[in-house]
Design a protein around this ligand. Structure first.
Ligand SMILES: [Zn+2]
Length: 274
């Protein structure tokens, strides 16, 4: 990829698609998991790498694609402490990999479980690199590129850190605002629904979103971002009020695990004995 008249050309690099100049997204074969690359300041050759995922082969290809583009990660960011968002490979280098303090602490505490989940779903990763996160208690990620603000909440997972790039209007939402997954609550938390709603409110409060990159699914524009916020809020309302679900993310053909997660959330809101 060479920069020409403000545009990054991705010809020949199959894994990465340009969302807007300077922001590239790859989509994994596993659960439509996204990887986001933010190109650093002109001439720096650095990039910010968010949630590199998922399989060993895909990370190898990502590293090769970055090399071909003349980029190397100068910082990493994990949006939240689930196994498919805390991966890394030796080929990606030794940049600091940041996460919110709560996400980094959770990852440290749950390392064995994360390794088991990884091995089950995407075998062959180097566990020494799994979830080696540096806690970052700051409003923005320190790196040599466009401002990358962090929006923190506890919806879906502890210390969930979305990244907003005000220069391009890109919101990397982590596992929220998906067109393919319903809101997935952190049922281990004291107030899973309240945490999720707070998360949606914080994302809705971000001014100037022009592109939303969900952790799983398709990139959307500003209108789609608003539609997904509303769809996620409507799902939570239907869950609490016991209303029927017209959510297309739950229709036939969706993965079994997603339907099971939905059933588990229904049992949670109905209370013990349901
Ligand atoms: Zn997740």
């Amino acid at each position: 990829m060479r920069q020409r008249s403000g545009h990054w050309y991705t010809g020949g690099v199959r894994g990465l698609t340009e969302v807007t100049p300077g922001v590239l997204v790859a989509t994994s074969s596993y659960d439509q998991t996204t990887t986001t690359v933010v190109v650093g300041s002109a001439g720096s050759g650095g990039c910010l790498l968010i949630d590199p995922a998922v399989t060993v082969a895909e990370l190898a290809r990502l590293a090769a694609d970055l090399r071909e583009l003349g980029l190397r990660p100068s910082a990493g960011w994990s949006t939240h402490p689930h196994w498919d968002h805390v991966l890394w490979s030796r080929d990606l280098g030794r940049a600091p990999r940041y996460a919110t303090p709560d996400a980094a602490a959770f990852t440290r505490a749950e390392r064995a479980e994360l390794a088991r989940d990884t091995q089950r779903s995407a075998p062959g990763h180097d566990f020494l690199l799994l979830g080696r996160l540096t806690p970052l208690d700051a409003a923005a990620i320190p790196w040599d590129g466009p401002e990358a603000r962090v929006i923190v909440h506890d919806g879906h997972a502890p210390g969930h850190g979305a990244v907003f790039l005000p220069g391009t209007g890109v919101l990397v939402a982590g596992d929220m605002c998906s067109d393919v997954e319903i809101p997935l609550l952190d049922l281990g938390a004291a107030d899973p629904l309240g945490d999720y709603r707070t998360g949606l409110e914080r994302l809705a409060f971000v001014a100037g979103v022009r592109h939303v990159v969900p952790g799983h699914g398709h990139v959307g524009d500003a209108g789609e971002f608003r539609r997904r916020l509303a769809a996620d809020a409507a799902y939570l309302d239907a869950l609490v009020l016991g209303h029927p679900f017209g959510d297309p993310r739950l229709t036939a053909g969706r993965p079994q695990w997603l339907r099971e997660a939905h059933e588990e959330q229904l049992r949670y809101v109905r209370g013990p004995g349901s």
